[in-house]
Design a binder for this molecule. Sequence first.
Ligand SMILES: Cc1cc2nc3c(=O)[nH]c(=O)nc-3n(C[C@H](O)[C@H](O)[C@H](O)COP(=O)(O)OP(=O)(O)OC[C@H]3O[C@@H](n4cnc5c(N)ncnc54)[C@H](O)[C@@H]3O)c2cc1C
Length: 488
Amino acid sequence: MDSQNKSNRQVQRAPCFSNVGRRNAASPSVIVIGGGFAGLAAARTLYDASFQVVVLESRDRIGGRVHTDYSFGFPVDLGASWLHGVGNENPLAPLIGKLGLPLYRTSGDNSVLYDHDLESYGLFDMEGNQVPQDLVSKVGETFESILKETDLIRKENSEDMSIGRAISMVFERRPDLRLNGLGHKVLQWYLCRMEGWFAADADTISLKCWDQEELLPGGHGLMVRGYKPVINTLAKGLDIRLGHRVTEIARRYNGVKVTVEDGSTFVADAAIIAVPLGVLKSNCIKFEPRLPEWKEAAIKELGVGIENKIILHFQDVFWPNVEFLGVVAESSYECSYFLNLHKATGHPVLVYMPAGQLARDIGELSDEAAANFAFTQLKRILPNATAPIQYLVSHWGSDINSLGSYSYDTVGMPHDLYEKLRIPVDSLFFAGEATSADYPGSVHGAYSTGLLAAEDCRMRVLERHGELDIFQPAMDEETLIPILISRM
Ligand SMILES: Cc1cc2nc3c(=O)[nH]c(=O)nc-3n(C[C@H](O)[C@H](O)[C@H](O)COP(=O)(O)OP(=O)(O)OC[C@H]3O[C@@H](n4cnc5c(N)ncnc54)[C@H](O)[C@@H]3O)c2cc1C
């Protein structure tokens, strides 16, 4: 390293507030790594608890896998766009409610695989013939029966297998559930929707664990104005350093030292690591000393899938007024679907959403070729479709800031990997969708893990330093707060 570079390096005590308010140098300090939902929720909570907080974010924007784009002249989400569980049980409900953000409910309560009202599907075969609605519903019921049978297979077998393998076994023992012709193609489409939910192919999803996540009541609602206002609200007033890619995290008996790509370092009492699982898997962040073996194993073994969005903006609406346009085919790989944003937002936009291997294959293409591919699929079912006037393509799998879309349970791996990912190591706390056993792969899951990591961190720092800001020697009776007492 030359002397010029050396002199550019700085060791910073996190953070450098200009308006510290109640915060002062004696307040406990924390570095939050990653400015997505989890990191910002943690940072917000600790900032409000009078911690000195600095957020180090590798991109030149906040939000992570929540990314609302405005280049069409109105908001569209390239990452998350649904709130899964539109009700008071959702930890995000108070915030979204307070902001008065509108939601468009695309479905009621039922299972993840029937997350959209069948009435609003428009399915077509490759020749552009619409599948009769009663067939779509009938095959939906068959799919449900098949999944019930896979549950029996799960109970009978101690060894895990893929959901794809289990479905094949169901067909062997219950040939009556096997479908032919158009029915078979519609069934493949249901499978394709299931693969979209997990961002992974059926032959990699664990039969034992696929339904372990908790579904909040209230159905699924699209964030009509995008997720950005929620992100901005969480971030308000925080010290966020954009373009700060963390490369090394060292933990010592008295705190942490975090090094950024340009060589500058930050020190604090604790750190909250809220980067995606894909980034942790890639080992581009060095831990010194190494993380314990059980933590490294959890990072390695939990799956991360890929789902992308190809967003097509048209001059006019020429498609039927349904929420989903689907293409049915011989295999789930060839099936696909478009979300009709016009229904929810009034804008002439269709969103093509490939997942698993198809997403990986499309990821090899240029943006223009990817948009053409999606448009070709559309032309198959609507031959009179006119070309889009604008498009956007996401790259969650290859973007070094995410390296995947969201986590899922792979064959043979236990569901407690999420919890192992969450458990703190000394003064390192972990947050992010992949640390949520109950709500993995979701925005509200990421948000809750941020709150949890902040609370764990607050308690740990409190044990060590005491809470300076709330100490007032003479309290009058009115300000006395009862202490919490529990009895065994
Ligand atoms: C296409 C797609 C569709 C989705 N749809 C939905 C949906 O409809 N509803 C839903 O609930 N969920 C959905 N999800 C999942 C949801 O987006 C995620 O679960 C959630 O946003 C993850 O938040 P996070 O804070 O854990 O991670 P992230 O949002 O990824 O935040 C991590 C942050 O860390 C930063 N970072 C990475 N490396 C470094 C580094 N070395 N140093 C510093 N910073 C770093 C990243 O830039 C990022 O900002 C979708 C995801 C995708 C990709």
